[in-house]
Write a protein that binds this ligand. Structure first.
Ligand SMILES: *Cc1c(COP(=O)(O)O)cnc(C)c1O
Length: 431
């Protein structure tokens, strides 16, 4: 496969951007080699700058649930562009997207649009602190919540400790306000609430953790989490930036039928344009400025072009059978790969929920916490990733990243992908 043009562009990009990229995981550091520069996408396919064609399972890291350049999204965006790109004043489009979401999402009453998932989380944390008057936030090792200071914190040693910052530039004093515990541990949760009684404003979790492998949680654990937050007067934040509108329209809240106090959104909500949001009860949202005293604002919040893309995409998601069909195709893909691995006795397990899937090189039945992932297995992924690229299959360039099936993927795409996996696994696991 030729990579000349991508290599050339990457060399040039390195003179402009740190590491040659505008977001770190794009740099292919964990799989090695040159990142592919993408020129265009259509449906399930993308083409790189050298003209190579791929079936895409990265889907821009999740937003593109309809695939690339969906005709309805395009039509709406172009129409919006004709009317101007931004006004810094309210537009009817914000009402339209909010109505579409709220009238079909039984877990929220009011919403505030922002421009990214990071911003949604940052604002949700401030809201929780504003409502409770408490300062500590509890998060879980293995969940990603964007790059805000409070969330760039990793566990210290010991089961329940204050976090230490996982990035330079985050003051230790900020990290001290974040408690980090392992997923799937009721005892750690109890210990944290005992140690910090009356101080925890919010617990934030990816109810479907999908940024560090796919760490599907037990329903028992999620229900216990809801319960303890209620009894401790701590707000439960579901970070549904990935799972929102993905695990069904009502996301993980709907899937598990658990009512969180605040939900954050991103990715799918903007139809491929930059949109994030946080939502809650009308009572909680009344704390947000200008109604309340928790300040939060944005020059491009509710941007009309981005709102239009979101309206177009979410309208498609609401069509009958949309999620069932996505899941059917994802099952087809995962079963096809699993069957081959089983026949060949490879230590491969496909984890899946809805249209999110993850390949793990393990013999374990469940992987529910970050500590359950075998770091060594990422060497196998590295080979798999390279071999799949050679065969026209594009996955996110890290074994810790999940894959996404879009409505644009056809059964023929899936079958071709299974064949490519069979060959690539024979090389990656055969060694
Ligand atoms: C992607 C993601 C974020 C960050 O969203 P950005 O739009 O990249 O800032 C936050 N939380 C979760 C669960 C995510 O998957």
């Amino acid at each position: 496969m030729r990579r000349d043009r991508s290599s050339e562009l990457f060399e040039k990009a390195k003179t402009y951007f740190p590491g040659g990229v505008n977001s770190p995981v794009r740099a292919f550091r964990s799989v090695g080699g040159t990142p592919l520069f993408i020129e265009r996408g259509s449906g399930s396919r993308i083409w790189d700058a050298d003209g190579n064609e791929f079936i895409d399972y990265c889907c821009s890291w999740g937003p593109l649930i309809l695939g690339h350049a969906h005709p309805e999204v395009k039509r709406r965006v172009i129409k919006a562009l004709d009317y101007g790109t931004s006004f810094g004043a309210p537009t009817a489009l914000e009402n339209d997207l909010a109505e579409l979401i709220i009238s079909n999402h039984r877990f929220i009453e009011k919403i505030r649009f922002v421009s990214s998932g990071t911003e949604a989380v940052m604002s949700a944390l401030r809201l929780a602190r504003g409502i409770t008057g408490r300062s500590k936030i509890l998060k879980f090792e293995g969940c990603y919540h964007g790059h805000t200071d409070a969330m760039l914190v990793k566990a210290g040693s010991g089961l329940v400790t204050f976090g230490t910052s996982s990035s330079a530039g985050v003051p230790e004093a900020f990290a001290q306000e974040t408690i980090v515990i392992p997923l799937d541990s009721i005892s750690a949760l109890n210990e944290a609430f005992e140690k910090h009684a009356g101080q925890i404003a919010a617990v934030i979790i990816e109810p479907i953790p999908a940024n560090n492998g796919l760490l599907l949680q037990s329903e028992t654990f999620l229900r216990y989490l809801r319960e303890i937050c209620t009894t401790q007067n701590t707000l439960l934040i579901f970070d549904e930036v990935i799972s929102g509108f993905r695990a069904g329209f009502t996301g993980a809240a709907g899937l598990y039928d658990i009512q969180p106090d605040i939900i954050t959104f991103g990715k799918i909500i903007g139809g491929g344009l930059p949109v994030g949001a946080y939502a809650s009860s009308a009572k909680n949202m009344a704390h947000i400025s200008p109604e309340g005293n928790v300040y939060q604002a944005g020059t491009l919040s509710g941007n009309p072009v981005a709102m239009s893309a979101g309206i177009a995409q979410l309208s498609e998601c609401l069509k009958p059978g949309f999620y069932e069909e996505l899941e059917r195709k994802t099952v087809l893909l995962c079963d096809g790969i699993s069957n081959h691995a089983r026949r060949k006795n490879y230590p491969v397990k496909m984890f899946r929920t809805g249209s999110i899937w993850w390949i793990a090189f393990t013999t374990k039945e469940h992987i529910r916490s970050a500590g359950d992932i075998d770091g060594e297995s990422m060497n196998i992924f590295k080979v798999l990733h390279a071999e799949l690229l050679e065969r026209g299959i594009y996955l996110g360039p890290s074994g810790y990243e999940v894959g996404f099936v879009s409505s644009a993927h056809t059964d023929a795409d899936i079958h071709r992908t299974i064949s490519a996996f069979e060959e690539a696994l024979d090389i990656a696991c055969g060694k």
